[in-house]
Design a protein around this ligand. Structure first.
Ligand SMILES: [Zn+2]
Length: 278
């Protein structure tokens, strides 16, 4: 089954991973800018990384028939550095206009510090002004609920940013309802060891339905899985869910959300989804 992985840090992955994704039906990935595992010391270093996402990675993906798109922004962890964040933000508008850049992301909070909230708020203000799509990281583990609450509180101060253009990612059982109830899209990111498993993701789909939910592998430089979405598909089938429902979640939903950017092109040979997402 064809699928789109909306959250994959392909700069951290090998060409074998692209091959496995293509062999399992992946036709497009979107790659949010993130923390590389170490702090960058200059705005130039950050911009070089953005260039890798926009210029180089799409060429690597294309060799496997996968379309590659990027999200640019100051990632949650390094956003605690206010001075570097200010410099990155000054360059962002021009970079966001670049080819294949769908919007601002992944932004948000890591430890929910004052500096992180300030940088996140600056980036939401920028996205609201430009009417960009937004991909938001929510903190893991004990900071998740509080971080998601603060994430939404800031978004509510910017009513000019349509809620249907915002994806709040890394949702879990105790945050997904809050995200959906406010009209945002919720992302479920699947991990092999900790965090949300394919089983827990299917449990959430069974409880909350498929509307405004996206599923991704969020593979990066840590323990993670580039073929997590196909494993989610296997678990859906094991529980006898229809291929129509599965396709809705792994293909139609990302197309609905991502197509709000005129730069996103529906993968060739696929029909329009029947419903219009909110
Ligand atoms: Zn990420």
């Amino acid at each position: 089954m064809n699928y789109i992985d909306h959250h994959a840090h392909m700069v951290s992955r090998t060409t074998d991973d692209y091959a496995h994704m293509a062999l399992t039906g992946c036709v497009a990935v979107t790659e949010p800018a993130f923390w590389a595992g170490w702090d960058r010391s200059t705005v130039e270093g950050m911009e070089d990384y953005f260039r890798q996402l926009v210029d180089f990675e799409p060429k690597r993906a294309a060799q496997y028939g996968i379309r590659h798109y990027a999200w640019l922004g100051m990632n949650p962890k390094e956003s605690d550095n206010r001075e570097l964040s200010r410099q990155v933000l000054a360059r962002l508008p021009k970079l966001l206009d670049g080819p294949g850049v769908l919007g601002v992301g992944e932004i948000g909070m890591n430890r929910v510090t004052r500096n992180e909230i300030a940088t996140y708020t600056d980036q939401i203000a920028l996205a609201a002004e430009r009417r960009d799509l937004v991909l938001i990281h929510t903190p893991h583990l004990e900071d998740k609920h509080k971080g998601t609450r603060v994430t939404i509180d800031v978004l509510e101060r910017y009513p000019s940013l349509p809620r249907g253009r915002v994806l709040v990612d890394h949702a879990e059982e105790h945050t997904i309802e809050m995200i959906l109830d406010h009209g945002f899209w919720a992302g479920l990111t699947l991990y092999p060891q900790t965090k949300v498993s394919a089983q827990r993701a299917v449990d959430m789909i069974e409880r909350f339905g498929p509307d405004r939910i996206l599923v991704a592998g969020a593979c990066d430089w840590g323990p993670s899985e580039p073929v997590a979405v196909p494993k989610f598909i296997m678990e859906m089938r094991r529980r006898k869910h229809s291929d129509a429902l599965i396709h809705e979640i792994v293909f139609d939903n990302p197309v609905r959300f991502l197509s709000q950017s005129p730069k996103f092109q529906r993968p060739a040979g696929t029909p329009e989804p029947a419903r219009v997402g909110s």
